[in-house]
Ligand binder design. Structure first.
Ligand code: 0O2
Length: 267
């Protein structure tokens, strides 16, 4: 390829605009979640325009003609959406799919999580065409969105840097160690998901317990006006015993019984 005939500034400008716009849009999605006090599946957004050197390397590796660069190199504009948990990845994919036919058009999806690469690389890639409005009219620009967890990202960034240092010729023992690290990081993701699931269960239980307790206390308070003091005291003592016992099912049963009593006295 004749490097001289490429006006890189001209070629890369729309890709810079694309990366900037996409980063802004994905950052706004994160902001929207946070504004509503919700957990955002997107933890952080990164973006880059492929360097001229890296484009030249790809052009010669894949034998791409100069006129075909914009058609055949899909990742000149690259966006990376990083999340905390593996469970966030399908949510992010859905967010992108919902935009299909609007400001973006999905060209291809590559699931390197279900089908990890030989190196151990895991990520979900979506190739899109982004609708760009320029001063000279509308055009579509190819871009690659990589979706991965923090752990997958840590591995990929380190491996990429090492590969660069060894000019793509990693010694076999290092390759093997990196593969082992990829598995360790995958297991870390799985363990974090389990912990998150347990945490969510615990939160649900604590919310349920607190709403049961609110209801029981309200009923007891009202029953003090309707029953003899001793009877209401007995109910109150039973509640304290059950509360200290901590068994949520017993508390549920007690709440149901108390609802019936409260209904009888219409408190
Ligand atoms: P950079 O610096 O991000 O631009 P190819 O470029 O031929 O390897 P292809 O088929 O065009 O790949 O697309 P693919 O494999 O779906 O996505 C390529 C990009 O995914 C790479 O871009 C990396 O960012 C990432 N990637 C793919 N495989 C690996 C891997 O084994 N290790 C790491 N660390 N990243 C990977 P570039 O151009 O290599 O890099």
């Amino acid at each position: 390829m004749d490097k001289e005939i490429i006006n890189w500034k001209e070629l890369l400008y729309p890709y810079e605009q694309t990366v900037e716009e996409l980063m802004l849009k994905f950052n706004y999605i994160k902001k929207e979640y946070l504004r509503l006090g919700l957990y955002s599946p997107i933890e952080s957004v990164e973006g880059r325009v492929k360097s001229a050197a890296s484009i030249i390397e790809k052009v010669s590796r894949k034998n791409i003609q100069r006129e075909k660069i914009e058609e055949e190199i899909e990742d000149i504009a690259g966006i990376r959406l990083i999340c905390q948990f593996v469970e966030d990845i399908p949510k992010i994919i859905d967010i992108i799919r919902q935009r299909d036919g609007h400001d973006i058009e999905i060209v291809e999806e590559r699931d390197y999580i279900a089908n990890k690469k030989e190196s151990g690389y895991r990520s979900y890639h979506i190739i899109i065409k982004y609708g760009l409005n320029t001063a000279f009219g509308y055009r579509q620009v190819l871009a690659e969105i990589q979706i991965r967890t923090l752990a997958m990202n840590f591995w990929a960034v380190t491996e990429h840097e090492l590969n660069y240092k060894y000019s793509g010729n990693l010694p076999d023992d290092l390759k093997a160690r990196l593969k082992a690290c990829a598995e360790a990081s995958f297991n870390l993701d799985k363990e974090m998901s389990t912990i998150r699931e347990e945490l969510m269960q615990a939160e649900k239980m604590s919310e349920l317990k607190s709403s049961l307790v609110d209801n029981i206390l309200e009923n007891i308070q009202n029953l003090y006006f309707k029953l003899h003091m001793d009877e209401a005291d007995n109910i109150n003592r039973r509640f304290i015993d059950l509360y200290e016992d901590g068994d949520i099912n017993k508390l549920k049963d007690f709440n149901e019984q108390l609802n019936i009593v409260a209904e009888m006295y219409r408190v």
